[in-house]
Design a protein around this ligand. Structure first.
Ligand code: ZN
Length: 575
């Protein structure tokens, strides 16, 4: 039985290294290909041979990547299929652990290869830099520490995921409680918020304990790799060659100076609309005019055809890409029984085609999601001609420029879904969301900078550091009576526990997307040409060049943020 929504897709380029008849879920069949690559590297005695070797390695990576994606897609589209689950777990448990050391061995061979210096430049500059970085940071003594760290990450997930509350006689998860914050009945919102907050606070010591364990492991990992602190190590490990901790501080300062006045204005306006003297933490998600939710569509087919119309109006090339995805059944968007929750964009790396998975139910959030994921899909389509596997991806700071730009550009034509009045409302909600997330990104990022540059701090000192940031980036919300909850609010931010320092990327990318959008207001055709051209670069160039190809500056101080804050304020005034 074919569990994939799409039919047979042939590889973008016919295979020349990986055999046509091979089971890529069976390690004994895969291992000889790694043996052969290791053997052949030794014989590559000129740059052309080494380049061909890289392309063969790329072909293998793409085939394995697509195999993993197909199994993941089949499983998430059919959670009720035991076969699909088994096939996915087989790959994760029997193939991936074998792959890791073999891939690393090839990276080491490449870095030490005598012909590497003869490869054409700047073509291999980024690839070289990234592989070298990966190899140089590896320390065998860090492997068990990373396993211990992963266990603590799992403990955090288990602890957070198991939290439930009793609400009106029913047991609810904290995620399920989220929707009550959108209820017009204020007393009900407060009741729901207090329940969730109290439940989290009951586990405050455990969250602190898990985090203390993670910090000490991370410090040791950094020390083993020769770094003075974990922050500097994390920057290197994430391949942040193009910005520094100091640039992040400038971002925090600029958010405080340029964005916070807009946040405070929005809070004041919300207070007036809700007829409240003070906004409390449970007043931030409700519609300020108590209107029922927006209803952009009923059937998923309508969502697809209206999204298609948006792209038709935006750009012929992008529109053709979206149509092709629909034709090839690379969109699985409806919510139905037996489908995993959430949404994602995945790439079938051998066919070099994107796939979008969603659970659309007719909310404005679905429209934002399809535009966002389509942006990622356009990125994948734009790099189809690139033969080096590593260059068909891009750093997250730029991947999200592709997707967030599409939300902003697509929203200009949101009238395909709504009346004039509802279009304004939808755009307003979107822009308010963008403004509102900057302070939280700055808070979460600045907090981690503090944590990892203050070794040996106590839990109390850490809470004070957090509270100082809440003062800087809290806006006009009154927390009195809930001081303990405010001091422990970071416990709910999973990135702090699971993906240290990985959060500012979204702020950086949003600045890029807002610049693309600003450019489109001056010259739409040029802005879209630049956008498409920058996407086609994949990750073949460093971040500042990707940004500049997209018509943006890679800079996150007030110089960049000030005009953006001005534009956001002007747009919001019109809505
Ligand atoms: Zn995204």
């Amino acid at each position: 039985m074919n569990l994939l929504p799409f039919g047979k897709l042939s590889p973008h380029r016919p295979r020349t290294f990986v055999p046509l008849q091979i089971d890529l879920g069976d390690w004994p069949q895969i291992a000889p290909l790694f043996d052969e690559l290791e053997r052949r590297a030794a014989g590559a005695d000129n740059a052309v041979a080494l380049e061909q070797w890289l392309l063969d390695w790329s072909e293998l990576n793409a085939a394995l990547d697509e195999e993993a994606s197909r199994r993941y897609i089949a499983m998430t589209c059919h959670t009720d299929s035991a076969d699909a689950e088994k096939a996915y777990l087989h790959f994760v448990e029997n193939v991936e652990p074998q792959l890791k050391p073999r891939q690393f061995a090839l990276e080491q061979i490449y870095v030490a290869h005598p012909q590497r210096a003869r490869l054409p430049q700047p073509r291999y500059q980024v690839f070289d830099r990234d592989v070298k970085n990966h190899v140089e940071l590896f320390r065998p003594e860090n492997v068990p520490l990373e396993t211990d760290e992963a266990k603590l990450c799992q403990q955090y997930q288990k602890l957070s995921g198991a939290l439930t509350v009793k609400f009106r006689g029913e047991e609810k998860t904290l995620v399920q409680m989220g929707r009550y914050l959108e209820e017009p009945d204020r007393a009900l919102r407060q009741e729901a918020w207090e329940l969730v907050t109290k439940r989290r606070l009951q586990e405050a010591d455990k969250f602190d304990e898990i985090f203390d364990g993670q910090i000490s492991l991370r410090q040791q990992v950094a020390k083993n790799a020769g770094f003075g602190n974990y922050r500097d190590y994390a920057f290197r490990r994430m391949g942040r060659f193009d910005y520094t901790p100091d640039d992040c501080s400038k971002f925090h300062d600029a958010v405080e100076k340029e964005i916070m006045p807009v946040v405070r204005e929005l809070h004041a306006q919300r207070g007036r609309q809700l007829k409240l003297d003070k906004l409390r933490p449970w007043d931030l998600s409700v519609d300020p005019e108590n209107r029922p939710p927006l209803r952009p569509f009923v059937q998923v087919g309508e969502m697809v055809s209206r999204t298609q119309k948006i792209f038709d109006r935006l750009d012929g090339g992008l529109a053709a890409g979206f149509r092709q995805m629909d034709d090839l059944k690379l969109l699985d968007l409806d919510n139905r029984k037996g489908k995993a929750p959430g949404g994602y964009q995945s790439t079938l790396n051998e066919a070099r085609l994107p796939f979008i998975f969603m659970n659309a139910v007719g909310l404005q959030r679905d429209v934002e999601t399809i535009l966002h994921e389509a942006g990622h899909a356009f990125h994948a389509l734009a790099t189809r001609a690139e033969d080096l596997y590593a260059y068909r991806g891009a750093p997250i700071e730029f991947c999200e420029v592709a997707s967030m730009s599409m939300e902003l550009l697509g929203n200009e034509f949101i009238g395909e879904f709504y009346s004039a009045a509802d279009s304004k409302r939808a755009r307003r909600v979107h822009l308010e969301g963008i403004v509102g997330v900057f302070p939280w990104i700055a808070t979460v990022d600045a907090f981690q900078h503090w944590v990892y540059t203050h070794p040996g701090h106590s839990s109390d000192e850490r809470r004070r550091a957090w509270l100082a940031l809440m003062d800087r980036f809290g806006g006009g919300v009154d927390w009195s009576g809930y001081e303990t909850a405010r001091a422990n609010l970071w416990h709910r931010q999973l990135h702090i526990f699971l993906h240290p320092f990985y959060y500012i990327e979204y702020g950086i990318a949003q600045l890029g997307a807002l610049q693309v959008w600003a450019n489109s207001k001056r010259d739409k055709a040029k802005a879209l040409d630049d956008y498409k051209h920058s996407l086609a670069l994949g990750s073949s160039r460093p971040l500042p060049e990707l940004f500049s190809a997209a018509g943006c500056t890679f800079e996150f101080s007030a110089k960049t943020i000030q005009p953006i804050a001005k534009l956001l304020r002007e747009e919001l005034d019109q809505l």
